[in-house]
Design a protein around this ligand. Sequence first.
Ligand code: XIL
Length: 319
Amino acid sequence: MTLRALGEAEGIPVGAAVAAGPLQANARYWRILGREFGMVTCENAMKMGPVHPAPGRWAFRDADAIVAFAARHGQGMRGHTLVWHNQLPRWITGGRWIRTTLARALDRHITTLVRRYRGRIGAWDVVNEAVDDHARPRPTIWRRVIGPGYIEQAFRSAHAADPDALLFYNDYGAEAAGRKADAILRLAAGLLRRGVPLHGIGLQAHLALDHLPRWDGVRTNLRRIRDLGLQVQVTELDVRIRLPVTPAKLRAQADAVRRLHDLCREAGNCTAFVTWGVGDAASWVPGFFKGYDAGLLFDRAWRAKPAYRALLGPPRRMR
Ligand code: XIL
Protein backbone atom coordinates (compact mmCIF):
# COMPACT_ATOMS: atom_id res chain seq x y z
CA MET A 1 0.00 0.00 0.00
CA THR A 2 1.15 3.53 -0.77
CA LEU A 3 -0.29 6.94 0.01
CA ARG A 4 -1.07 7.13 -3.65
CA ALA A 5 -3.18 3.98 -3.54
CA LEU A 6 -4.86 5.22 -0.37
CA GLY A 7 -5.75 8.47 -2.11
CA GLU A 8 -7.15 6.61 -5.10
CA ALA A 9 -9.16 4.26 -2.92
CA GLU A 10 -10.71 7.11 -0.95
CA GLY A 11 -10.96 9.70 -3.70
CA ILE A 12 -8.81 12.13 -1.71
CA PRO A 13 -5.40 12.35 -3.37
CA VAL A 14 -2.46 12.71 -1.00
CA GLY A 15 -0.02 15.24 -2.37
CA ALA A 16 3.32 16.91 -1.78
CA ALA A 17 4.86 20.29 -2.53
CA VAL A 18 7.94 20.06 -4.71
CA ALA A 19 10.92 22.34 -4.93
CA ALA A 20 12.77 22.06 -8.20
CA GLY A 21 16.23 21.87 -6.56
CA PRO A 22 15.98 18.60 -4.64
CA LEU A 23 13.86 17.16 -7.43
CA GLN A 24 16.87 17.28 -9.69
CA ALA A 25 19.55 16.41 -7.17
CA ASN A 26 18.29 13.45 -5.18
CA ALA A 27 17.10 10.16 -6.63
CA ARG A 28 15.28 9.05 -3.49
CA TYR A 29 13.37 12.30 -3.35
CA TRP A 30 11.76 11.83 -6.73
CA ARG A 31 11.31 8.10 -6.31
CA ILE A 32 9.20 8.74 -3.20
CA LEU A 33 7.41 11.60 -4.91
CA GLY A 34 6.46 9.47 -7.89
CA ARG A 35 5.53 6.38 -5.93
CA GLU A 36 3.81 7.76 -2.85
CA PHE A 37 1.98 10.88 -3.94
CA GLY A 38 -0.99 11.25 -6.24
CA MET A 39 -0.81 15.02 -6.41
CA VAL A 40 1.94 17.59 -6.76
CA THR A 41 2.23 21.31 -6.17
CA CYS A 42 5.12 23.74 -6.68
CA GLU A 43 6.56 24.96 -3.40
CA ASN A 44 7.89 28.13 -5.02
CA ALA A 45 8.19 27.82 -8.80
CA MET A 46 4.79 29.31 -9.71
CA LYS A 47 4.91 32.22 -7.29
CA MET A 48 5.06 35.62 -8.92
CA GLY A 49 8.65 36.50 -7.97
CA PRO A 50 10.22 33.28 -9.23
CA VAL A 51 8.05 32.84 -12.33
CA HIS A 52 7.57 36.44 -13.49
CA PRO A 53 10.82 38.25 -12.59
CA ALA A 54 10.36 41.25 -14.90
CA PRO A 55 7.38 42.73 -16.76
CA GLY A 56 6.58 40.33 -19.58
CA ARG A 57 9.63 38.20 -18.75
CA TRP A 58 8.84 34.71 -17.52
CA ALA A 59 10.95 31.95 -15.97
CA PHE A 60 8.94 28.82 -16.54
CA ARG A 61 11.74 26.27 -16.39
CA ASP A 62 11.21 24.95 -12.86
CA ALA A 63 7.43 25.08 -13.09
CA ASP A 64 7.49 23.30 -16.44
CA ALA A 65 9.77 20.58 -15.04
CA ILE A 66 7.44 19.93 -12.13
CA VAL A 67 4.35 19.91 -14.34
CA ALA A 68 6.09 17.47 -16.71
CA PHE A 69 7.07 15.20 -13.82
CA ALA A 70 3.47 15.12 -12.60
CA ALA A 71 2.20 14.37 -16.11
CA ARG A 72 4.71 11.53 -16.58
CA HIS A 73 3.62 10.00 -13.30
CA GLY A 74 -0.09 10.50 -13.80
CA GLN A 75 -0.34 12.83 -10.83
CA GLY A 76 -2.80 15.68 -10.35
CA MET A 77 -1.48 19.22 -9.93
CA ARG A 78 -2.40 22.08 -7.65
CA GLY A 79 -1.26 25.51 -8.82
CA HIS A 80 0.23 27.74 -6.12
CA THR A 81 -0.27 30.72 -6.06
CA LEU A 82 -1.56 33.60 -8.20
CA VAL A 83 -2.01 36.47 -5.74
CA TRP A 84 0.09 36.75 -2.59
CA HIS A 85 1.97 39.44 -0.67
CA ASN A 86 5.21 37.45 -0.34
CA GLN A 87 7.79 36.43 -2.93
CA LEU A 88 6.73 39.27 -5.20
CA PRO A 89 9.12 40.52 -7.88
CA ARG A 90 10.83 43.89 -7.40
CA TRP A 91 9.02 45.33 -10.40
CA ILE A 92 5.77 44.93 -8.50
CA THR A 93 6.88 45.99 -5.01
CA GLY A 94 9.06 48.85 -6.26
CA GLY A 95 6.86 49.97 -9.14
CA ARG A 96 4.87 53.20 -9.36
CA TRP A 97 1.31 52.07 -9.76
CA ILE A 98 -2.17 53.43 -9.97
CA ARG A 99 -5.27 51.32 -9.71
CA THR A 100 -5.74 50.68 -13.41
CA THR A 101 -2.10 49.84 -14.18
CA LEU A 102 -1.68 47.41 -11.30
CA ALA A 103 -5.04 45.79 -12.03
CA ARG A 104 -3.93 45.27 -15.63
CA ALA A 105 -0.55 43.85 -14.56
CA LEU A 106 -2.27 41.40 -12.21
CA ASP A 107 -4.73 40.34 -14.88
CA ARG A 108 -1.92 39.71 -17.36
CA HIS A 109 0.03 37.75 -14.79
CA ILE A 110 -2.89 35.49 -13.96
CA THR A 111 -4.03 35.06 -17.54
CA THR A 112 -0.59 34.09 -18.84
CA LEU A 113 0.15 31.63 -16.06
CA VAL A 114 -3.23 29.92 -15.92
CA ARG A 115 -3.47 29.65 -19.71
CA ARG A 116 -0.05 28.10 -19.99
CA TYR A 117 -1.05 25.19 -17.77
CA ARG A 118 -4.70 25.00 -18.79
CA GLY A 119 -5.97 21.44 -18.58
CA ARG A 120 -2.94 20.34 -16.54
CA ILE A 121 -3.65 22.08 -13.26
CA GLY A 122 -6.88 20.92 -11.69
CA ALA A 123 -6.98 23.46 -8.88
CA TRP A 124 -5.40 26.87 -8.33
CA ASP A 125 -4.75 28.78 -5.14
CA VAL A 126 -5.96 32.03 -6.63
CA VAL A 127 -5.65 34.26 -3.58
CA ASN A 128 -3.33 33.34 -0.73
CA GLU A 129 -3.40 34.75 2.82
CA ALA A 130 -5.54 37.83 2.18
CA VAL A 131 -6.80 37.81 5.78
CA ASP A 132 -4.28 38.81 8.46
CA ASP A 133 -3.72 37.48 11.98
CA HIS A 134 -6.28 39.91 13.41
CA ALA A 135 -8.87 38.51 10.99
CA ARG A 136 -8.80 41.76 9.01
CA PRO A 137 -8.14 42.24 5.30
CA ARG A 138 -4.36 42.17 4.87
CA PRO A 139 -3.13 45.58 3.67
CA THR A 140 -1.12 44.21 0.76
CA ILE A 141 0.00 46.19 -2.26
CA TRP A 142 -2.91 44.60 -4.15
CA ARG A 143 -5.47 45.86 -1.71
CA ARG A 144 -3.87 49.25 -1.14
CA VAL A 145 -3.60 50.08 -4.85
CA ILE A 146 -6.46 48.16 -6.50
CA GLY A 147 -8.84 48.12 -3.53
CA PRO A 148 -10.75 45.19 -2.03
CA GLY A 149 -12.05 44.26 -5.48
CA TYR A 150 -8.66 42.72 -6.37
CA ILE A 151 -9.84 39.41 -4.94
CA GLU A 152 -12.90 39.20 -7.14
CA GLN A 153 -10.86 40.36 -10.15
CA ALA A 154 -8.30 37.61 -9.57
CA PHE A 155 -10.90 34.85 -9.47
CA ARG A 156 -12.62 36.15 -12.59
CA SER A 157 -9.33 36.39 -14.51
CA ALA A 158 -8.33 32.86 -13.49
CA HIS A 159 -11.72 31.47 -14.45
CA ALA A 160 -11.62 33.13 -17.86
CA ALA A 161 -8.15 31.68 -18.47
CA ASP A 162 -9.18 28.12 -17.55
CA PRO A 163 -12.91 27.60 -17.03
CA ASP A 164 -12.32 23.98 -15.93
CA ALA A 165 -9.88 24.69 -13.10
CA LEU A 166 -11.18 24.68 -9.55
CA LEU A 167 -10.40 27.97 -7.87
CA PHE A 168 -9.42 28.19 -4.21
CA TYR A 169 -8.96 30.80 -1.54
CA ASN A 170 -6.02 29.52 0.58
CA ASP A 171 -4.92 30.55 4.07
CA TYR A 172 -3.28 29.45 7.33
CA GLY A 173 -4.58 29.50 10.88
CA ALA A 174 -8.14 28.91 9.77
CA GLU A 175 -8.31 25.15 10.25
CA ALA A 176 -10.58 25.37 13.28
CA ALA A 177 -13.60 27.62 13.62
CA GLY A 178 -12.50 30.94 15.11
CA ARG A 179 -12.10 34.61 14.28
CA LYS A 180 -9.92 34.09 11.25
CA ALA A 181 -12.01 31.23 9.89
CA ASP A 182 -15.13 33.39 10.40
CA ALA A 183 -13.57 36.20 8.38
CA ILE A 184 -12.65 33.83 5.57
CA LEU A 185 -16.12 32.33 5.47
CA ARG A 186 -17.64 35.82 5.32
CA LEU A 187 -15.30 36.68 2.47
CA ALA A 188 -16.20 33.46 0.64
CA ALA A 189 -19.94 33.95 1.16
CA GLY A 190 -19.69 37.49 -0.21
CA LEU A 191 -17.84 36.29 -3.29
CA LEU A 192 -20.40 33.57 -3.92
CA ARG A 193 -23.26 36.06 -3.53
CA ARG A 194 -21.71 38.17 -6.26
CA GLY A 195 -21.35 35.17 -8.54
CA VAL A 196 -17.56 35.03 -8.33
CA PRO A 197 -16.13 31.68 -9.50
CA LEU A 198 -14.87 30.37 -6.15
CA HIS A 199 -14.93 26.61 -5.67
CA GLY A 200 -13.12 25.87 -2.47
CA ILE A 201 -11.17 26.85 0.60
CA GLY A 202 -7.58 25.70 1.05
CA LEU A 203 -6.55 25.10 4.64
CA GLN A 204 -2.77 25.25 4.74
CA ALA A 205 -2.50 23.34 8.03
CA HIS A 206 1.00 24.41 9.02
CA LEU A 207 0.42 22.98 12.47
CA ALA A 208 2.65 22.90 15.55
CA LEU A 209 2.48 19.78 17.69
CA ASP A 210 2.47 21.92 20.84
CA HIS A 211 -0.39 24.16 19.57
CA LEU A 212 -2.68 21.81 17.72
CA PRO A 213 -6.11 23.10 16.73
CA ARG A 214 -9.16 21.74 18.55
CA TRP A 215 -10.38 18.89 16.42
CA ASP A 216 -14.04 19.52 17.15
CA GLY A 217 -13.45 23.09 15.94
CA VAL A 218 -11.94 21.75 12.73
CA ARG A 219 -14.94 19.48 12.25
CA THR A 220 -17.30 22.44 12.73
CA ASN A 221 -15.34 24.52 10.27
CA LEU A 222 -15.31 21.83 7.59
CA ARG A 223 -19.07 21.57 7.98
CA ARG A 224 -19.50 25.33 7.60
CA ILE A 225 -17.43 25.27 4.41
CA ARG A 226 -19.57 22.44 3.09
CA ASP A 227 -22.73 24.38 3.95
CA LEU A 228 -21.52 27.14 1.63
CA GLY A 229 -21.37 24.54 -1.13
CA LEU A 230 -17.57 24.71 -1.30
CA GLN A 231 -14.87 22.08 -1.41
CA VAL A 232 -12.06 22.07 1.10
CA GLN A 233 -8.48 20.91 0.57
CA VAL A 234 -5.66 20.53 3.05
CA THR A 235 -3.00 22.31 1.02
CA GLU A 236 0.27 22.64 2.97
CA LEU A 237 0.26 20.20 5.84
CA ASP A 238 3.16 19.89 8.22
CA VAL A 239 3.08 19.25 11.95
CA ARG A 240 6.29 20.77 13.28
CA ILE A 241 7.86 19.34 16.41
CA ARG A 242 9.67 21.40 19.03
CA LEU A 243 13.20 20.01 19.38
CA PRO A 244 14.29 17.53 20.51
CA VAL A 245 12.33 15.10 18.39
CA THR A 246 11.41 12.04 20.48
CA PRO A 247 9.56 8.81 19.68
CA ALA A 248 6.64 10.00 21.81
CA LYS A 249 6.40 13.26 19.85
CA LEU A 250 6.54 11.37 16.57
CA ARG A 251 3.64 9.22 17.78
CA ALA A 252 1.66 12.32 18.78
CA GLN A 253 2.41 13.81 15.38
CA ALA A 254 1.13 10.65 13.73
CA ASP A 255 -2.07 10.92 15.72
CA ALA A 256 -2.55 14.55 14.65
CA VAL A 257 -2.02 13.73 10.98
CA ARG A 258 -4.43 10.86 11.21
CA ARG A 259 -7.08 12.92 12.97
CA LEU A 260 -6.94 15.62 10.35
CA HIS A 261 -7.16 13.01 7.62
CA ASP A 262 -10.11 11.33 9.35
CA LEU A 263 -11.92 14.66 9.53
CA CYS A 264 -11.18 15.24 5.87
CA ARG A 265 -12.64 11.83 4.96
CA GLU A 266 -15.64 12.36 7.18
CA ALA A 267 -16.37 15.83 5.75
CA GLY A 268 -17.46 14.60 2.33
CA ASN A 269 -16.31 17.78 0.56
CA CYS A 270 -12.58 17.39 1.22
CA THR A 271 -10.89 16.71 -2.12
CA ALA A 272 -7.13 16.74 -1.47
CA PHE A 273 -4.66 16.24 1.36
CA VAL A 274 -1.32 17.82 0.50
CA THR A 275 1.85 17.95 2.64
CA TRP A 276 4.27 20.86 2.31
CA GLY A 277 7.23 18.83 1.10
CA VAL A 278 8.28 15.26 0.46
CA GLY A 279 10.37 14.77 3.57
CA ASP A 280 12.10 16.50 6.48
CA ALA A 281 15.34 16.76 4.50
CA ALA A 282 13.67 19.34 2.24
CA SER A 283 11.22 21.26 4.40
CA TRP A 284 10.81 24.97 5.06
CA VAL A 285 10.16 24.30 8.77
CA PRO A 286 13.66 24.48 10.31
CA GLY A 287 14.43 27.64 8.33
CA PHE A 288 11.26 29.46 9.34
CA PHE A 289 10.42 28.21 12.84
CA LYS A 290 13.35 28.40 15.22
CA GLY A 291 13.57 25.35 17.47
CA TYR A 292 11.19 23.25 15.38
CA ASP A 293 11.71 20.50 12.82
CA ALA A 294 10.44 17.20 11.45
CA GLY A 295 6.98 18.23 10.23
CA LEU A 296 6.55 15.80 7.34
CA LEU A 297 5.82 12.13 6.63
CA PHE A 298 9.38 11.04 5.67
CA ASP A 299 12.47 11.68 7.79
CA ARG A 300 15.82 13.19 6.83
CA ALA A 301 16.98 9.84 5.48
CA TRP A 302 13.76 9.48 3.45
CA ARG A 303 12.41 6.77 5.75
CA ALA A 304 8.66 6.63 6.39
CA LYS A 305 7.72 8.05 9.81
CA PRO A 306 4.93 7.03 12.19
CA ALA A 307 2.74 9.73 10.59
CA TYR A 308 3.06 7.96 7.25
CA ARG A 309 2.08 4.62 8.78
CA ALA A 310 -0.82 6.26 10.63
CA LEU A 311 -2.30 7.42 7.33
CA LEU A 312 -2.04 3.94 5.88
CA GLY A 313 -3.13 2.22 9.08
CA PRO A 314 -5.96 -0.28 9.38
CA PRO A 315 -9.49 0.82 8.47
CA ARG A 316 -10.80 3.32 10.95
CA ARG A 317 -14.04 3.99 12.68
CA MET A 318 -14.97 7.65 12.72
CA ARG A 319 -14.24 9.38 15.99
C1 XIL B 1 7.19 28.86 1.68
C2 XIL B 1 8.20 27.93 1.03
O1 XIL B 1 8.06 26.65 1.59
C3 XIL B 1 9.60 28.44 1.24
O2 XIL B 1 10.53 27.66 0.51
C4 XIL B 1 9.69 29.90 0.80
O3 XIL B 1 10.98 30.40 1.09
C5 XIL B 1 8.65 30.73 1.49
O4 XIL B 1 7.36 30.18 1.25
N1 XIL B 1 2.36 29.65 3.12
C6 XIL B 1 2.37 29.46 1.77
C7 XIL B 1 3.57 28.92 1.11
O5 XIL B 1 1.33 29.66 1.12
O6 XIL B 1 3.74 29.43 -0.18
C8 XIL B 1 4.81 29.16 1.92
O7 XIL B 1 5.90 28.46 1.31
C9 XIL B 1 4.61 28.71 3.34
C10 XIL B 1 3.48 29.46 3.99
